[in-house]
Structure formats: structure tokens, C-alpha cells
Design a protein around this ligand. Structure first.
Ligand code: NCD
Length: 309
């Protein structure tokens, strides 16, 4: 394969809105006609290289490839790979390029997937790089929003929790800023506010309406989507700060009293304490549906990057 022909998914903006809409369409078709896809990737291999913990992202990638008839290999912690012996990321990637047709990787360092893509001879999928981006979670989120709300425009979206380190937040803002009439309510403690560059380079540059607040209930009645996130313990420099901030927001039934009847409550998971389990039975809680949608959109993504018709 010629290097310049390879498509990667490093940043959600690597795909146009049209391409994302097409992926959503394919994912919806997979949901209704699963059998049709069960041999699309016969003989293909996906490598999942996870240098950071994961449950959903890695297993949904593996499930996606297995459901397409392909096979999977990989590792789920850096310590069990030659990284522990001092091998560079580039050398690992060049090696695995000969073992698999496509690579999904997660790494604690921001930008690692870009470095990897320079050495890879197969498509690279960013399955999360440090506190930076998480484009396949965003594809999962967009599929969920489009299925639950029947639209990706005209939405007021509350993003709550760790907006500073939360990579799912950075990617969903970047993606949704390309649709019409989107308004963001950015709910976080002062210390975990959305980084300035996202405010200026994404929101302000695209004339996206937004407000910042540290009060979860203040705009509750306006929201179409409430996207909760965990405080990203692993990105903190000291434990005391984490302990002080970790329970800053706890969504419970009571706090939903003024919310819209068709609010869609999302969370990329894992949840720690930010959503009380008493919310799980509320029909507006969509986070486990969201996790399941991850398989179908990743199936669509693998088909696209491997150019399977
Ligand atoms: C997210 C992540 O890894 O960024 N998890 C996921 O992939 N579903 C969110 C998180 O870890 O808080």
C-alpha cells in the first residue's frame, strides 16, 4: 500500500461532516441488518495497542472487528509490551504494521498517534491521546445524539465536569461546532474550565454561542443534551486537588426536576461518582445505550478505513 493513500483518524476534523454523516448512516444500517456485515472483514486483522487503561474503547473495537468477521491482536497495557524494555513508539508501530491491517491505539502522550501515523503503513485510529482528543468516542456520541434526537443541529448541549483534561469533551466540541445552531453550556469548577485555545480557536472562531458556569442546575431546563464527565484523576499533578474536585458535581434525580422531558443524558463512561445510580432508571439516561452504539460506529469506521464496500 502506498503511504500517501492511507486514511487515518487522529482528530475528528480528519473527516468532513459529509463523511461523518455517511458513517452514521452505515452504523444505522449495521444496527438493522447485522448479518449483512458479518463477513465484510474476513481475513483482516485489527491491532489494539493500548498504552493506557480502557474497557469500552478497546473491547468495542475488538467486538467491532470480530462482528465484521475479522480477527484481533494487541496488548492492553504498556507494561506487557516492549515499551517496558525501552522500545520507541515508532518502532512498535512499524513492527505491528506488518502484523495487522489497521491499528487502534491509545496513549497517555498528546500527539502520539500523529507520531505513530508517520511510521505506520496501515491506517491509525486514535483511541485517545492524553488529555487531547478522542475522536471515536465522538463518533459514538454523534451516532447516539442522532438516534436519540433525530438531528445533529439546533441543540443546546451541556458539558459538565472536567472540561480541561477531558479528551472526549475537546473532540465533541470540535465535531459539534460544525453543525448549525449549536449552543454549549460549559459547566465546570474554575480549575477545570475548557482550555483557552478551545474557546478561541474552536468556539469563537466558528461563532458558536456558549456560556460558562459552575452551577449544574442553572441552565438545566434549557438543555437538550447533558454530557457528564469524570474528573480525570490520571492527569492531575497532585492528589489533593483531585480529591477536592472529584465530587464537585453529582447528578441525581432531584437535580433533573426542571429538565426537559426529552433530555438526553450522556457520559462516555467510566462513571465514578458524577451520576448517582438513581438516575440509571430514568428513561432519559442514555449512557449505556451510548456505550453499545460504540461497536456499530467502530464497525462503520473500520469498513471505511479499510475501504471495504
Ligand atoms: C473516556 C476516555 O478514555 O477518555 N472513556 C472512554 O473511552 N469511553 C472517558 C474517561 O476515561 O473519563
Amino acid at each position: 500500500m502506498k503511504k500517501e493513500k492511507i486514511r487515518n483518524l487522529i482528530d475528528i476534523k480528519d473527516f468532513s461532516v459529509k463523511e461523518i454523516d455517511e458513517l452514521i448512516k452505515v452504523a444505522n444500517d449495521i444496527i438493522t441488518n447485522r448479518e449483512k456485515y458479518s463477513h465484510k472483514c474476513d481475513g483482516k486483522i485489527l491491532a489494539t495497542l493500548f498504552f493506557e487503561p480502557s474497557t469500552r474503547t478497546r473491547l468495542s473495537f475488538e467486538s467491532a472487528m470480530l462482528r465484521l468477521g475479522g480477527k484481533v491482536l494487541g496488548f492492553s497495557e504498556a507494561g506487557s509490551s516492549s515499551t517496558a524494555k525501552g522500545e520507541t513508539l515508532g518502532d512498535t508501530i512499524e513492527t505491528v504494521s506488518g502484523y495487522a491491517d489497521i491499528i487502534a491505539m491509545r496513549h497517555p502522550k498528546e500527539g502520539a498517534p500523529v507520531v505513530a501515523s508517520k511510521r505506520a503503513s496501515v491506517p491509525i485510529i486514535n483511541a485517545g491521546d492524553g488529555g487531547h482528543n478522542h475522536p471515536t468516542q465522538t463518533l459514538t456520541d454523534l451516532l447516539t445524539i442522532s438516534r436519540e434526537k433525530k438531528r445533529l443541529n439546533n441543540l443546546t448541549i451541556g458539558l459538565c465536569g472536567d472540561l480541561k483534561f477531558g479528551r472526549t469533551i475537546h473532540s465533541i466540541i470540535s465535531a459539534m461546532s460544525r453543525y448549525d445552531n449549536i449552543k454549549f453550556i460549559l459547566i465546570s469548577p474554575d480549575e477545570l474550565k475548557l482550555p483557552d485555545y478551545t474557546i478561541t480557536e474552536v468556539l469563537e472562531k466558528n461563532n458558536i454561542e456558549y456560556v460558562e458556569t459552575n452551577n449544574l442546575e442553572e441552565y438545566m431546563s434549557d438543555l437538550d443534551i447533558l454530557y457528564m464527565t469524570r474528573v480525570q484523576k490520571e492527569r492531575f499533578f497532585n492528589e489533593a486537588d483531585y480529591l477536592r474536585l472529584k465530587d464537585y458535581y453529582i447528578l441525581d434525580r432531584k437535580k433533573l426536576d426542571n429538565a426537559k422531558k426529552d433530555l438526553c443524558i450522556m457520559h462516555p463512561l467510566p462513571r465514578v461518582s458524577e451520576i448517582n445510580p438513581d438516575v440509571d432508571d430514568d428513561p432519559r439516561a442514555k449512557y449505556f445505550t451510548q456505550a453499545h452504539n460504540g461497536v456499530y460506529i467502530r464497525m462503520a469506521l473500520i469498513l471505511k478505513l479499510l475501504e471495504v464496500k
